[in-house]
Design a protein around this ligand. Structure first.
Ligand code: ZN
Length: 476
């Protein structure tokens, strides 16, 4: 029997506001435990929450960017459960009337476009953090994170493969970063994902029993955990067993999921409207103001890069995946008008260098100006592409401009045909055996001769001229 996976993702994105969602405590990451707290976020009796307007505005940005319908009136609800990191015994979230619903984003899988629906986006407060002492049988709690604003973005169960799940998450992360509402940092937990997955016979319309996967803190883990879980469910069904609805934890060291607890149903949380908060009303005018403040989004930018710069879709996708990277590219194009050449050098040597150093483009050791100058040197024929790569490495190490490195090291390309002619003659008279073989039809040896000339000139001879002169002399 052929099975098809059905995947839905729930993403929690931490909003980059200065203060928490219902009080004025700081949201800064990394402070000493329990220093960013007050009676409101500690859940003291008698205090009242006051909604942070910036949280609503940021959520509206995301809703508009993902083509959602914004509710003119939405409501906060209490989600009740007991856990030591939740001082009030309930979390303020949205339930029946979320702020946004029915949106979508577009992704690309192996070159073909796919639309993934967004069920809803709602606002909520984060819980605190438990720390477990490995040496003593105690746990400690840090309430700095309670009340930090989150949006939860729930996808429709439209995703059909682990790769599509990865593409959806990358696109979503790219959007929140473009919008400037979340830093998208998976390691620090400001962008978190839970996955719901079930399988069903290929032509079936009904859903199978799903499991929820947690502890997925990198895109790679999401894809691996989903693949593992799909296989596990398949094997269970093939063996005549049945899938149990539960929450499972991904163990990245063992590359497997293990059962954590039975999955709660919504009624377990006894949701009810929060009596301390008024319904949230958003008017047309506010929506228009937010709409007009949105930047160009990754999708639009990608289409523009293809149209304006003639880039292949692959290049445009990669360059626009990050706003700073796209800006870097466009900055280069301003001073060197060969977009594809720039794209090649960014995607190849530059991203390679940044990855190796664990850096991002905004702290690139090579400025857009210097990269453009380097490409200019190649175009003018001052240096060869091969030499350019070694100049690039030197630029990264020393921060010197390319012209200076080329001058200091005497790397200027030899384009004087008389000088090359002389070296070619020497190479030919030094290799009589190879010359004879070449003349007997072993034309592949041309590469050998080119190599000898390059060796003699330490890579500085203009390759085109070397080829021309060699052929002329050898075919005499
Ligand atoms: Zn507070």
């Amino acid at each position: 029997m052929k099975f098809e996976p059905v995947i839905g993702l729930e993403v929690h994105a931490q909003l980059k506001t200065k203060t928490k969602i219902f009080c004025s405590c700081s949201t800064a990451f990394g402070a000493a435990p329990n220093t960013h707290t007050c009676p409101v976020c500690l859940g003291m009796p008698g205090v009242l929450p006051v909604l942070n307007k910036k949280v609503v505005e940021y959520t509206m940005r995301m809703a508009i960017a993902t083509h959602c319908t914004l509710a003119r009136e939405s409501r906060f609800a209490r989600k009740n459960y007991f856990y030591p990191d939740l001082p009030k015994g309930y979390q303020i979230s949205q339930y029946e009337l979320p702020i946004a619903q029915h949106g979508h984003i577009d992704i690309e899988i192996n070159g073909s476009p796919q639309r993934i629906g967004i069920t809803r986006i709602h606002m909520e407060e984060d819980a605190g953090k438990l720390g477990h002492d490995p040496d003593r049988p105690i746990s400690m709690v840090d309430f700095n994170r309670t009340g930090v604003p989150l949006i939860e973005i729930v996808s429709d169960p439209d995703i059909r493969s682990p790769e599509a799940a990865g593409a959806y998450l990358r696109q979503l992360r790219s959007i929140v970063r473009y919008l400037g509402i979340c830093d998208g940092n998976l390691e620090e937990g400001s962008f978190r994902c839970d996955a719901n997955v079930s399988i069903r016979p290929k032509e079936s319309e009904t859903f199978g029993t799903r499991t929820e996967l947690k502890n997925l803190n990198s895109f790679k883990h999401v894809e691996k955990a989903l693949q593992y879980e799909i296989n596990r469910q398949k094997e269970t069904l093939m063996d005549g067993g049945r899938v149990v609805q539960e929450t499972r934890l991904w163990d990245p060291n063992k590359n497997k999921t293990t059962s954590m607890r039975g999955k709660e149903e919504a009624h377990d949380y006894r949701y009810f409207p929060d009596p301390d908060l008024l319904p949230l009303v958003i008017d047309e005018q506010w929506i228009e103001v937010v709409k007009s403040s949105l930047p160009e989004l990754p999708d639009q930018k990608k289409r523009r890069f293809i149209a304006q710069y003639g880039l292949p879709s692959y290049d445009a996708q990669l360059l626009t995946s990050d706003r700073e990277l796209a800006d870097y590219f466009e900055d280069c194009v301003l001073s060197f008008a060969n977009p594809k050449q720039i794209s090649n050098w960014i995607m190849g040597p530059l991203l390679g260098l940044l990855n190796a150093q664990g850096k991002t483009i905004d702290v690139s050791p090579i400025s857009t100006h210097d990269l453009a100058r380097l490409l200019e040197l190649i175009e003018k024929g001052t240096i060869s592409g091969k030499i350019a790569k070694s100049v690039f490495d030197e630029m990264a190490q020393t921060g010197k401009p390319p012209q200076k490195i080329v001058e200091e090291k005497g790397l200027v390309q030899i384009t004087d045909s008389g000088a090359i002619d002389e070296i070619v003659s020497k190479v030919i008279s030094n290799c009589p055996k190879e010359v004879a073989a070449y003349k007997n039809g072993k034309s592949k040896l041309l590469g050998f001769f080119v190599g000898q000339v390059m060796k003699a000139t330490r890579g500085k001879a203009n390759p085109k001229l070397v080829n021309e002169i060699l052929k002329k002399k050898l075919n005499k």
